[in-house]
Write a protein that binds this ligand. Structure first.
Ligand SMILES: *[C@@H]1O[C@H](CO)[C@@H](O)[C@H](O)[C@H]1NC(C)=O
Ligand SMILES: *[C@@H]1O[C@H](CO)[C@@H](O)[C@H](O)[C@H]1NC(C)=O
Length: 376
C-alpha cells in the first residue's frame, strides 16, 4: 500500500495533529522564561574539552578529524561505523509497514527451506510445503518466471519468491543465500522440486539430525531402483547411517565419498556453520553443482561422522526431468543432452579447480601433498 492511497480522513487527522503540535510547541516556548546561553556562567574548566572544541569552529573540525571512528574488528568495509549500529546479518522474516518494529514478529522461524521450482510442479511443491510447520521459512526460486500464479495456495503470501529466468538451484543459492543473509536459521534445506515427501516429517528430521550430530545430511531415498549411489538408499533398520559400501574396488578409502562423508546435491540439509563454509565453495559459473557433493566433506571435521543420511525420515525421488527441459537445443543435440554434457564438464572443471587450489595451498606452506590429495 502506497502513501498516495491514504484515505482522506486519515490525511485530515495528520493535518490536525501537525497543527496542534505546532501550537503546543509555540505555547511552551512562550511560557518558558527566556534565557540565553550567555547567562550560563560556568567556569570554562568545568566544560569537557569536546565542548570547548565545539565552540571554536576550526578546532572542532580538526578534533573530529583526529578522532574519527576506526574499528578494525568490525566487518570488512564497515570499520568507520560505531559497532553498536552494525547489523552484519539479516533474515527473511516478514515485517509490517506500521506499528512498533519490535512487535512485528509473532514468531521467528528457526529453519529455512528452499525449493527451485517451475509452475508445472505446483502440486508437488504444495504437498511438500505443507510438511513444514511455521517454524520454517519457505523460499521459492522460480526458474520459469511464473510467481503470482502460486497465490492460489494460502501459504504463498507468507513465502519468499525469487524469480529469475532459467537458472539453477546452485546459481540461486550462491546469489540469494549468502551466509550472512540466512544467519538466523539453524538449518537450511536446499531442495529440488521433484521430491515426494509423503513419508517425511520435518520436525522429526531435525530431531534426528541433532541427535546424531549431522552438520550435512539428507533424507534417505526411495525407490531403490535407478538410484546411483548406495549411500543415499534408504535402510529400513536404522535411524541414520553414515557409511556404506559400493561395488568392490570403488572405495579404496572407506571413509571418503561415495562410501562415507557423502550426501547428494538433490536434497541436502546444512547446519548454519556448514553452510557458511559450503557457500564459499560454490563457484559462480558452475551452475549445476555437480561434484560439490564429493567436496562437502571439506567443510566439516570429521566428515565421516558429521555427514549422513536419515533413514527414518525418507523421501521419494520422482526423477521428473524439469530443469533439463529449460536448456536450449544445440546443433545436432537435444536440449537435455546439452545440459547433461555441461553438468559433466562442470564436475571435471570443479574437481580440477579444487585440486589445484589445495596443491597451491600446500605448496605455499612447503608441505608435501602427495599423500594429502587422496580420493576414491
Ligand atoms: C527391510 O529390508 C529388507 C531388504 O531390503 C527386507 O528383506 C525386509 O523385509 C525389510 N524389513 C521390513 C520390516 O520392511
Ligand atoms: C550397499 O551398502 C550396504 C551397507 O553397507 C551393503 O550391505 C551392500 O552390499 C551395498 N550394496 C552394494 C551394491 O554395494
Amino acid at each position: 500500500m502506497g502513501f498516495s492511497k491514504r484515505k482522506p480522513n486519515q490525511s485530515m487527522k495528520f493535518i490536525v495533529i501537525f497543527f496542534f503540535g505546532g501550537f503546543l510547541g509555540l505555547f511552551i516556548g512562550l511560557s518558558l522564561p527566556t534565557f540565553s546561553t550567555t547567562k550560563l556562567s560556568l567556569p570554562s574548566s568545568l566544560l569537557p574539552s569536546i565542548d570547548l572544541a565545539c565552540i571554536r569552529g576550526n578546532n572542532a573540525w580538526s578534533f573530529m578529524k583526529n578522532n574519527q571512528i576506526w574499528v578494525p574488528t568490525n566487518p570488512r568495509g564497515a570499520e568507520r561505523l560505531p559497532p553498536g549500529i552494525i547489523n552484519a546479518q539479516s533474515d527473511f522474516f516478514l515485517r509490517r509497514l506500521w506499528g512498533l518494529p519490535n512487535e512485528d514478529l509473532t514468531s521467528k522461524p528457526k529453519y529455512l527451506v528452499t525449493f527451485t521450482v517451475g509452475y508445472q510442479q505446483k502440486n508437488n511443491i504444495d504437498a511438500a510445503v505443507k510438511k513444514f510447520s511455521k517454524d520454517f521459512t519457505i523460499l521459492l526460486f522460480h526458474y520459469d518466471g511464473r510467481t503470482t500464479e502460486w497465490d492460489e495456495f494460502e501459504w504463498s503470501k507468507r513465502a519468499i519468491h525469487v524469480s529469475v529466468h532459467k537458472q539453477t538451484k546452485w546459481w540461486y543459492a550462491k546469489r540469494f543465500l549468502h551466509p550472512d543473509i540466512v544467519a538466523s536459521y539453524e538449518y537450511i534445506f536446499i531442495w529440488d522440486e521433484d521430491l515426494g515427501v509423503e513419508h517425511f516429517n520435518a520436525e522429526e528430521y531435525i530431531r534426528l539430525v541433532k541427535k546424531h550430530g549431522l552438520e550435512i545430511s539428507q533424507p534417505a531415498l526411495e525407490p531403490q531402483k535407478g538410484l546411483i549411489w548406495n549411500m543415499t538408499k534408504r535402510r529400513n533398520d536404522s535411524e541414520v547411517h553414515k557409511e556404506t559400501q559400493e561395488k568392490p574396488g570403488k572405495c579404496k578409502y572407506p571413509l571418503l565419498p561415495p562410501c562415507a562423508a557423502f550426501v547428494e546435491i538433490m536434497a541436502p540439509v546444512f547446519s548454519r556453520d556448514a553452510w557458511r563454509c559450503v557457500w564459499h565453495m560454490i563457484q559462480n559459473e558452475f551452475v549445476h553443482g555437480w561434484g560439490l557433493d564429493f567436496a562437502f566433506r571439506k567443510c566439516v571435521e570429521p566428515a565421516h561422522e558429521k555427514i549422513g543420511v536419515v533413514d527414518a525420515q525418507w523421501i521419494v525421488h520422482q526423477g521428473i526431468p524439469s530443469l533439463g527441459d529449460q536448456g536450449e537445443a544445440q546443433t545436432g543435440k537435444p536440449a537435455w543432452r546439452a545440459v547433461k554434457e555441461r553438468c559433466g564438464m562442470e564436475w571435471r572443471m570443479f574437481q580440477g579447480r579444487l585440486t589445484n587450489a589445495e596443491k597451491g595451498y600446500y605448496k605455499s606452506k612447503g608441505i608435501d601433498f602427495s599423500d594429502l590429495l587422496v580420493h576414491n
